[in-house]
Design a binder for this molecule. Sequence first.
Ligand SMILES: Nc1nc2c(ncn2[C@@H]2O[C@H](COP(=O)(O)OP(=O)(O)O)[C@@H](O)[C@H]2O)c(=O)[nH]1
Ligand SMILES: [Mg+2]
Length: 224
Amino acid sequence: MSSEKIFKVLVVGPPYCGKTSIVNFLSFNLFSEEYKTTLGVDFVEFRPRDCLAHKFPDDVAASRIQLWDVGGQEVYRGIVRYYYEGAHCCFVVCDISHPNSFQKAIQWKRDIDEGRTFPGSSSLLPSILFFNKTDLPHDLTDDDLAKIARDGNFTHWFKGSVKTMKETGETGLYDAVTTLIRETISLSIKTEKEAEEAEKSDGEDSFVDFIKSHDKDKEKGCCK
Ligand SMILES: Nc1nc2c(ncn2[C@@H]2O[C@H](COP(=O)(O)OP(=O)(O)O)[C@@H](O)[C@H]2O)c(=O)[nH]1
Ligand SMILES: [Mg+2]
């Protein structure tokens, strides 16, 4: 069996918080000041093992990541739900310098949690909350960020600036990817195991049923 796993990652959050910048930075190691609205959904493949700027741990490096950059405009919400199909996890982004972006980001997560579960499982999609644009002025402490994440039902949160991370050497964005993909890998392994066990116990149940019906036939005296 190939150890390379392909994961579909939904990158969601309100407009202008930096989703496209994050996707482009991960995939092409590029940042641009220019703003172009993402219409609908864009799709880019990111192979952590090819990332020159950061060495990902082996388990993450062995995966292929499809980043689905979901346009944050409300008008797309209806359309983008179709793109949730088959998604494995979500990378939720907000803008640390715009506190009104937090609730909007949390709403995207709620929307996904209401419409999707992990493929083949009843578990919600693993997700992380990323506070972007830490290079801009803001007055939030890590405790504040942890509370916002907790209130939004996120188990993990990270912060950073896709604009300045090359110069500062901060790793918040890479740590976020690593945690998200690790959670996704372990849920995928758990789901595969459960499916195998269910298949095995189905097989065992049919065998027991067969023996029982055979014994009954014997009692009736039809099998000698
Ligand atoms: N200062 C700062 N600007 C950023 C950062 N990330 C993105 N931007 C800028 O914010 C604007 C919106 O970014 P974009 O990635 O298009 O947002 P999206 O609408 O969520 O896809 C662009 O002008 C980016 O250059 C950041 O970390 N810091
Ligand atoms: Mg965009």
